[in-house]
Write a protein that binds this ligand. Sequence first.
Ligand code: GLU
Length: 563
Amino acid sequence: MEELRSRLVRLALENAVEHGGKALLDPVVRRIAGELPELRPRLREILPLVREILSEVNGLTAEEQLRRLEELGGAAKAERKRREGLPELPEVEKYGRVVTRFAPNPNGPLHLGHVRAALLSHEYARLYGGKFILRFEDTNPANAREEMYGRIKEDLEWLGIRWDEEFFQSDRLELYYRVAEFLLEGGKAYVCLCRAEEFRERRDKGLPCPCRELPPSQQLERWRGMREGKYGEEEAVLRVKTDLRHPNPAVRDWPAFRIVEAPHPRVGRRYRVWPLYNFSVSVDDHEMGITHVIRGKEHEVNEARQRTLFALLGWEYPTVVQYGRLTLAGAKLSKTEIVRGVERGELHGYDDVRLGTISALRRRGFLPESIRRVILEVGLTRVDSSLSWESLEAQNRKLVDDLALRYFFVPSGVWMRVRGAPELGEVELPLHPSHPERGKRRLPLRYEEGSLLVLVPSSDLQELREGEVFRLKDLMNVALLSKSPPEAEFRGLELLPGVAKVQWVSGDPVEVRVLKPDGSVEEGLGEPALRGVRAGEILQFERYGFVRVEGTGREIWVVFAHR
Ligand code: GLU
C-alpha cells in the first residue's frame, strides 16, 4: 500500500512539475493507466486515493514539489527543471536570501510581455528557496481598474505562479506620507507650485525653482494644503531633491506625489494626494526587503530616479537584473489600447482571441507550461527579442499532441454517396493513436438505398480528380466517380500507400462552431462522440488542428489553437 502510494505521489508530482505546479486528475489517471498497467482494472477503486494525493501535491509550493520529487527518485526530472538555462542570480551571498516581487499596475490585463517579469521573479525566488511577493501598484486612481486585480491573480495562478505575500499600494498611503513628511522636515523634498513648463525650463538649465529654497515649515504647510484640498490637480506636486546637474534632466528633482481627484476603485475618495510610481516602488522595495528586482531595461531612467531617493534616505538599493523587451509578433496592442478596444466594443473582451493576453492564450488552448517554456527559453537576455506565434505554437504542439484526444470534424462539407460499401454499421477508432489505454470512440455509419453516406470537406473534394482513388480516413478506400453530385465507389478496406486521406463524418453528426484566431467563425459537423467532451478540454480535430472546447450543448463551440 505504501509502495503504491509513493508511486502515485511521484506520478502526481511529475505532472505538477511539468504543468506549472498543478497536477490535474485526468492526465494523472491516464499516466497511471499508461505506466502502471497492472492498476488499470482498479482505477475506479483507487480514484479517491488519487484525489487525495492531488490535493496534497497541489498544496505544496513549486520548490517543495521539486524537493519531494527528488526524494522519490525523480531526481533527473527535477534537476532538468531546476536548470532550464537560467543564469545564477548575482549577489545572493551578500543578502543570504532572495526576495523578489511582481508589481503589476492593475490598469489592464496581463499579456505575454508582462509575464516575463512575473515568471522570472517567481522562478528565481523558488530556485533559491526565497520569497515571492505580489504587489499591486495601484497609486493612479485614474487608471486602476477594479476587475483587473482578480483577473491578474487568476492569470498568475493559471501560470502556476504562487505568491507568498500580497500587497496593495493603495492600502499603504499613510506609510508613503510618513516618508514624504520625513523628507520635507529634513529639507530633502519640497512642494512645488510652479507651472510645469516653467519648472521644466529651469530644470533643463540646472536651475532651482523658487519653491525649492523655502524652509521646511513652509513646505509642510504646503503639503497639508495639498492633502486638505487647497490646491487642485496639477497645481502642486511634491518633488524629491536631487543633484540639479544630474546628466539626465528627467532625473532632476523628479515628482513624487501629485493630486488626483478621481475616486480609487479600492479606497474611493479617502485620499487625494497620490505617490507616483518611482516613490511608492522605492519605499516598498525597501520596506519589503526586496533583494532582487528583475525588470525590463525600459525602467533605466526610473531606476536612476529611485536611486536618488534611496541615497537620500540612506537605504541600500536592491540588485537589479535587467532584461530586454519581448514582443509577440503581430500582437502589438498595449494595455491601454486593449482597455480602450474593450470599452468601445471593438474587442469582445480581454480574452478576445485576437489578443496576446494571457486569458486569450488560455482560451485558445495554450498550456501554461508552453508559455513558461518559451519565456524561460528567452531567459534574461538584455537584447530585445521578438517571439513568433509559430514558436509558441510549436512549443504548445509538442505538449498537447500527447494530451489531446482525436476526433473527426468536417468544415463546410458535402454529402457523398459511396456505392458498394459493405454494411459495417459503425467503426471504432482509438481516442489517441499512441495511447490505446485511453479508450475508443464509435462512429456510426449512415446508409441510404444501399449506399454509404459520408460528409467530406468540399475543399478536399475539389482537389481530387474524378476517377482518383482516395481513403476515407481509418475507414475505406473509394474511387471518386463524380464531384457533382458527389459520388464514389468502394475500393477495399486495406490501407493503400500513397493515396490522399480525407476526413469524414457519417451518422448522427453534431454541429460544431470553431472560433478562429482572426475572430471569424467556421461551422461544420463533427462526429457524434464529441457530445461527450467537456468545456476546457483540448482536442485535436484530425487534419484540421488543435482546439479547446468552450461550450457544449446542442452544438459544440471550440476555439482554434493551431494546426
Ligand atoms: N509597476 C511597474 C511595472 O508594471 C513595476 C516595474 C518595476 O519597478 O520593476 O512595470
